[in-house]
Every structure is written in C-alpha cells, then in structure tokens.
Design a protein around this ligand. Structure first.
Ligand SMILES: C[S@@+](CC[C@H](N)C(=O)[O-])C[C@H]1O[C@@H](n2cnc3c(N)ncnc32)[C@H](O)[C@@H]1O
Length: 188
C-alpha cells in the first residue's frame, strides 16, 4: 500500500496508539458512539482504566454496548455527564485525554460541544496529564459553532507556555475551511 496523507481522525488515533501503553489511565472526553473509548480500552489493557464522558444517555448506551461486545467493559467508567466536570471525577495523573468535538454522528446536531464548557474540560485535562502525556483534540470547523470553537481552541493552545507544553496543529491547507483539524499538546 503506497503512503498516503491521512485525516485528522486518523492522525489522532495514530498518536494515541503510540502514546498509550498497557496499564495507563486515560480520558475520553466525548464518548459519542464509543469508537475512541473502545480503542483506548484496548490500548490500556486489563490493568489500565478509561474514564469517558458524554452528556447524552444514547451515547453512553451505544458505548456500553460496544465495550460489552468487545469484552472490555470493565476497563471503563462511563459518565453521563459533561466533561466540564472532569476534575471532580478523575484522579490523575492520566497518560492521554481525547476530545472529538462536535455532535453525535447520526444524532441531534443541537447537542454539540461548545467552547465555554470545552475550555473548562481542556484546562482540567491539561492539569491531569502526567509528564509526557498527551491531549489530542479533533475539531470540526465546518459548522458555525465548530468554527467558533476551533478558533477559540487555537488561540487558547497557542498561549500555553512552551516550557510547560509542546503544541502541534495539523490541517490540510487546501481542503477547504471546513476540513477537520487535529491539535495535540504534550506535557513537558
Ligand atoms: C463527535 S462526537 C464524539 C464521537 C466519539 N469520539 C466516537 O468515537 O464515536 C461528540 C460528542 O460530544 C458530546 N458532547 C457534547 N457536549 C459535551 C459535553 N459538555 N461533555 C461531554 N460530551 C459532550 C456529544 O453528545 C457527542 O456525542
């Protein structure tokens, strides 16, 4: 298979596969249909743990079913709760925190992540990260709220002290303004 440049989602998954090891504790801040939660459960193995958040009961149900089908449900704690409450629920340190912003695929587009609560959760995730741990975020600027969130996120991450975090931003320059983008911050 010849080498091919891949999307933000692919890159995010690839970074998580390299960063997360068996026994790690990690956070999925937006569980949705549970694809990321399942991948994280597989990466942390039997000794690790995944904390996952979503505001929609449907997302929690879909994720629970996916984890049960894969036989890994006991590796995760699923919260039907906004990720802005992460600091109250998760004991650090964590190796990785994942945000896949926007709305539940196939769900109600009105229930989307919003910068005001995303920022609270990202601040919590940054402080929970262990040294070398990664915050991985996919943002979708193809709709108005997503564009506002992406811009605020870029501004926020750009202002992090380089002594504290290395920050990386990936996007296709010629794919149009709505193409998904990937942001990564690694704690120094
Ligand atoms: C793009 S989906 C996530 C997809 C998921 N990562 C997957 O692998 O299927 C974004 C999710 O964020 C959820 N969400 C919106 N606001 C939230 C909040 N404040 N806290 C946690 N989740 C939230 C939505 O309900 C939606 O399920």
């Amino acid at each position: 298979m010849p080498y091919e440049l891949k999307s933000a989602r692919f890159l995010a998954a690839d970074i998580l596969r390299q960063a997360v090891r068996p026994g790690d504790v990690v956070v999925d801040a937006t569980m949705g249909n549970g694809h990321d939660t399942l991948m994280l459960c597989q990466l942390v193995g039997e000794e690790g743990h995944v904390y996952a958040f979503d505001v929609q009961e449907k997302a929690v149900e879909n994720t629970r079913r996916r984890l049960m089908d894969a036989g890994v449900a006991e590796r995760a704690h699923l919260f039907c709760l906004g990720h802005e409450h992460m600091a109250e629920q998760v004991l650090g340190p964590v190796r990785a925190a994942v945000f896949n912003l926007g709305w539940l695929p196939g769900g109600d587009h009105a229930v989307t992540t919003r910068w005001e609560t995303t920022q609270i959760a990202i601040e919590a995730a940054l402080s929970l990260l262990e040294k070398g741990g990664v915050l991985v975020i996919c943002a979708y600027p193809g709709h108005a709220e997503g564009d506002r969130e992406r811009q605020a996120l870029a501004n926020f991450l750009s202002a992090l002290r380089p002594q504290a975090f290395n920050v990386f931003h990936h996007r296709f320059l010629n794919a149009g303004p709505g193409a998904p983008e990937c942001f990564v911050a690694q704690k120094q």
